[in-house]
Each structure stands twice: as structure tokens, then as C-alpha cells.
Design a protein. Sequence first.
Length: 166
Amino acid sequence: MLEPLRQGLPPLDPAAVSDAASCSLPARYEAVGDARRFTRRTLDQWELDDCFDDVCLVVSELVTNALRHAMPGNGAHTGEQNPPVRLHLMRWTERLVCAVRDPSRESPIARDSDDFSAESGRGLFLVDSFSDSWGWHPMAGALGGKVVWALFRLQQHTSPPSGAAE
């Protein structure tokens, strides 16, 4: 099921995925809270609560962008006629990927990060700042739409001695 999501991700061995979880989100803004709760539960199960704050911020921004910009009519709706947004979390030994699928094929647009007075438009700047890399790709086949993903390098449980060269 997750194979189409891997099309635009950085090179990661699909066979090495340790865990994967996904949830469908309704086309309404309350879904951002649902996405945060799903992320919290999933990271707790995977014993990755130390990276929750950064991952949760990025998930919130990606889901908000999908609801705000990718849904028909450029906004979330309460009706079920709109295709849902889907959140996927995938964990490798040293990496975590958050991917949000939405029904639009339009490229996500990063706004100028220098305009901090703007009330919106900084979401992708935050995604870029808090993740190790991010990108997007159109979905192929019957699914349509696109996936916007963010990659996080996971902390190793062992750290080099202080002063050691890396």
C-alpha cells in the first residue's frame, strides 16, 4: 500500500522499513488535531517521543497546507464528497518520514521566509527548518494528487565521547 509513496522519497531501502502507520483525515480543519494525536500515539509506540515536538510541528504544517491549499475550493469542508487527506509515518532504523497525501497535483509553494509579518505562508519554511529534508511528488495511477514528505534523522542512542572527531 505504501509503495506509491516511496516514489519521490530520498533513497531508502523499502525492505528496511521497521514500522509504518497511516490514517485518513477528514476534509475539515479539526483534522489537524487528529493528525497530532495520531502522531503522538504512533511515536509513543515506536519509543520516539524525544522527537515528537519537531515531528508534530511538521505534521501540523503539512496537514494544514493540504487542507488549506489542496482541497477543492481551496479550503476544508465538512462534506464527505471531498477526497480525504492521508497521513503516513514510516520509520527506518535511523530515519523517520512523514508524508501527507492530498488530491491536488499543484506544487507546494514556499513563501519568502523573510516576511515574518505575514499571517500565513510560513508553513513550508517551518517544515524546511525543523526537518532534515523535504520534498513532494505527484502520485501516479488511480490515486492522483500528490505527496508532500519530510524526513527526520533519528538520534542514535549512543553518542561519541566528548571531543571525539566525527
